[in-house]
Design a binder for this molecule. Structure first.
Ligand code: XMP
Length: 516
């Protein structure tokens, strides 16, 4: 059976990948493509439906993204979202009112009333809250369209041409703030486009493996791992590649020495079981001496990133000519690293860190469009052990960014031991799956304590636990006091040099998950 396909046509909005994710949550495969894609190419893909995304522009601007009007003639259902609805209206002969003569701009939560006889809103509540974000507005509908939803300020919050199966919403159904957004998308996909939801991770794996095989041919592939060796992303990328090209793949693990306790050995053992060439380089001395005297977080990250590339280049030379470089980049890495228009919050060294003096033909990022939860599903599908699939994320620079300020070997050992205890207790309390990421941070705060009858002046350890689905926003995990108490008692007694343990109760935003 041919896979169902929804095409998300990217007009430059910030939620485009999120729309794709929402579609896939309904078990329908979906691709994000540029609005510049020729209509013939779109037609050839034979999609079941098309979604036009939002975008920051006004349809009247000279440089605003537009595609050929032939898109409306290929006989495929279309849902236009935000800019997408405006492009649809404009393209089909309606009129868009410009922002500057507009009292109808809406931002944020807005009450909306829907026409439930319209298939896109079938079975929903008549009144619900939606998330609006628009200046321009629809002034006149094109022929064949009717209003299917309105707010106080916006008579055409939702529109429909049921005959041609064209629908549009001025708000964002893909964000959680839109109460019935999920159901609306579901209606469009199932009731309007007639999808059945036959896309599974098994299909994804099959397709990805075939695509990688075709691309790589008999070429040599290199997977560079550093601190993120323990990340589920790298493991899944490795499994995928090993199924696709077997021992044409070499994994180079640059061990920077900032791994969690025992972690390097554990993961190396797992990788060795696979049908790939595995090289582990112990570069811990080089890294720690490069970081001497460095306490600024960004300098730490950049220093580690650069040193990683140096070590990696040396290893790559030993391996000889390589055709492809694999990176386990996933979508949140891409946006948070500022490769798009988003502000750079932290430089993730595992994104875009392609060493330019090593000669690769191309980079392969088989997980670039997947979210964490999808990567996990894929891992299970590929037969990875649970402890790899459910491993919590670990930053490329490792514990180096969990030691606030300057790093010393002594501090590293203290943190490894304390973090190990925290992890043990979280697992013992059965919380290791419900808390998405948890770790200890060695602060550079020292304070006075009393042990026995003596005064101590030692470090404060911070514990952090978060719940999140995408790691772009997160809430602090409600770890029971008894568990925190056990960790605190054990850390102070067993580790040494720590006389105070605190728990971080900030969410992201305003904090980030990592401290540096
Ligand atoms: P923040 O601290 O930005 O972290 O809220 C979001 C998620 O990303 C992980 N993280 C990294 N992952 N390389 C990575 O591969 C990095 O440099 C890096 N920095 C942060 C972090 O652990 C969390 O899961």
């Amino acid at each position: 059976m041919d896979n169902e396909l929804i095409l998300v046509i990217d007009f430059g909005g910030q939620y485009n990948q999120l729309i794709a994710r929402r579609v896939r949550e309904h078990n329908i495969y979906c691709e994000v493509i540029s609005y510049k894609t020729p209509v013939d190419e779109i037609k050839a893909k034979n999609p079941n439906g098309i979604i036009f995304t939002g975008g920051p522009n006004s349809v009247y601007l000279d440089n605003s993204p537009r595609m050929s009007k032939e898109i409306f003639e290929i006989g495929v259902p279309i849902l236009g979202i935000c800019y997408g609805i405006q492009f649809m209206v404009y393209g089909l002969g309606g009129i868009i009112g410009k922002a500057n003569d507009n009292a109808a701009a809406e931002f944020g939560r807005t009450d909306c009333e829907f026409d439930l006889s319209c298939p896109a809103f079938d079975g929903l509540k008549q009144n619900s809250v939606v998330w609006m974000s628009h200046n321009d507005y629809i002034e006149k509908l094109p022929e064949g369209f009717k209003a299917a939803g309105h707010s106080d300020k916006c008579p055409y919050a939702a529109i429909a041409d049921e005959k041609r199966k064209f629908y549009g919403v001025q708000f964002h159904p893909e964000v959680n703030h839109t109460e019935q957004g999920k159901e609306m998308l579901c209606n469009f996909l199932y009731k309007v486009c007639g999808c059945k939801g036959d896309w599974t991770m098994a299909n994804y794996a099959k397709t990805a493996i075939a695509q990688i095989r075709e691309k790589v041919g008999s070429g040599k592939v290199l997977l560079a791992l550093s601190g993120e060796i323990g990340r589920v992303d790298s493991s899944v990328a490795c499994a995928l590649l090993s199924k696709a090209v077997g021992d044409q793949l070499t994994c180079v693990f640059v061990d920077h020495g900032f791994m969690r306790k025992n972690e390097g050995d554990e993961v190396e053992a797992a990788f060795r079981d696979w049908n790939v060439n595995f090289v582990r380089v112990d570069a811990s001395d080089r890294f720690i001496s490069k970081l001497e005297g460095v306490s600024d977080p960004e300098t730490k990250r950049k220093t580690i990133g650069e040193e990683f590339i140096r070590v990696f280049e040396e290893e790559a030379k030993k391996i000889g000519k390589v055709d492809y470089l694999v990176q386990g980049t996933i979508y949140p890495d891409v946006i948070e690293s500022g490769l798009g228009d988003a502000a750079v919050i932290k430089s993730h060294h595992n994104v875009g860190g392609l060493p330019d003096c090593v000669d690769f033909k191309e980079i392969i990022e088989p997980l670039r469009l997947l979210f964490k939860d999808e990567v996990r599903k894929l891992g299970t599908e590929l037969g990875l052990a649970d402890y790899l699939v459910w491993r919590q994320p670990f930053p490329g620079p490792g514990l180096a960014i969990r030691i606030i300020g300057e790093i010393t070997r002594e501090k590293l050992k203290i943190l490894q031991d304390a973090d190990y205890i925290f992890r043990e207790e979280i697992a013992a309390a059965g919380l290791d799956r419900s808390i998405n990421q948890y770790f200890a941070v060695l602060t550079n705060l020292r304070s006075v304590g009393v042990m026995g009858d003596d005064r101590t002046y030692n470090y404060t350890l911070a514990l952090r636990g978060v719940t999140t689905t995408d790691f772009m926003t997160a809430d602090f995990a409600r770890v029971p006091y008894e568990v925190l108490e056990r960790v605190s008692v054990r850390v102070v007694n067993e580790v040494g040099n720590i006389n105070r343990v605190v728990y971080d109760v900030t969410s992201k935003p305003p904090a980030t998950i990592e401290f540096e």
